[in-house]
Ligand binder design. Sequence first.
Ligand code: UT7
Length: 338
Amino acid sequence: MTRTSIAPIKAAITAVGSYVPEEVLTNQDLEQMVDTNDEWIQTRTGIRERRIAKSPSHATGYMATMAALNLCEKNNIDPKSIDLVLVATITPDYQVSSTAPYVASQIGATSAFAYDLSAACSGFLYGISTAAAYISSGQYQRVLLIGADKMSSIVDYSDRTTCIIFGDGAGAVLFEASKNAYGFESAVHGSNGIGRDYLNIHDGGSLHPVNENTFKEKNHLVRQEGRTVFKYAVKHMSEASNKVLEKHALTHEDINYMIAHQANKRILDATAQQLGIANEKVLTNIERYGNTTAATLPLLLSDYETEFKKGDKLLFTAFGGGFTWGAAYLTWNYDIKN
Ligand code: UT7
């Protein structure tokens, strides 16, 4: 009896799209709102400005739709050919229902099913593994993964420790079976429930439902203990990245680009330093967008898509509320189509 082995299906990113709101909130604007200054924000976080979706109707679902349409139009993708739409977000349009089905309907992905994925700043990274698993198993052929957050809807603009960091935006990628040797290689994920004491929205969930004090105490808005989050972020992003590199017998020199969550430029620098990754390989958009939570990684892909060459080795890493974290290794699948 002869045995034929079937090569596993490798999932690859085959298209990228993005959307950021037009409205810009600069450090100088924030100086008028809270006791802060441009110099502090730039030196402590690396952020100069961020985008804010001012129109009430431009919520997460709208931004995710715009990013998905941008992807489809740029790459001539028929939305009807998409099997699954995943939206990573912590700012859904509604607490109930899921935002992804709305996005799928808006873009005309009439054959797709859709759901949200909630892992805060790690949401898109976890979505990479989820999308890749669906493709590799042969279950679905086209998975649209979107990271989108309207952070301005949950930020307290009187709290200088959070309002300077966050911004709004959305990015989208399409996963399909790779037609060459390149694509998703593997990922390492972790989580620790201790994190919910250090980064949360206190009220509005099942543990602390909205009550008569919620709005008075601003407990419907995001709070974090920045210093603690900072330390956990550097530790876990560098440890997870090292594990992925070890798995593939890679060193920092083999990596072409590090695509890391953009919460604070000093977190990026410290993580890259621990990994020995050279500064010029660390992609950033934090100076223009701030921390866009689940949108950060796909926005980086969109911003730097023209730089990537087929076969480039990309190291993704993220850390977020929960705590949640991880790292993923992908080889880039295409040269830009002009
Ligand atoms: O996306 C995933 C989740 N989030 C993160 O990963 C964020 C991680 N944390 C951070 O990025 C940083 O901790 C922050 C940017 C939030 C804060 O920066 P820091 O360097 O850790 O500042 P700090 O909290 O240690 O505060 C240092 C000083 C304090 O003053 P004193 O006590 O030394 O007099 C703060 O009151 O800076 C003061 N401060 C500010 N000053 C001007 C805090 N925020 C501001 C501000 N402007 N916006």
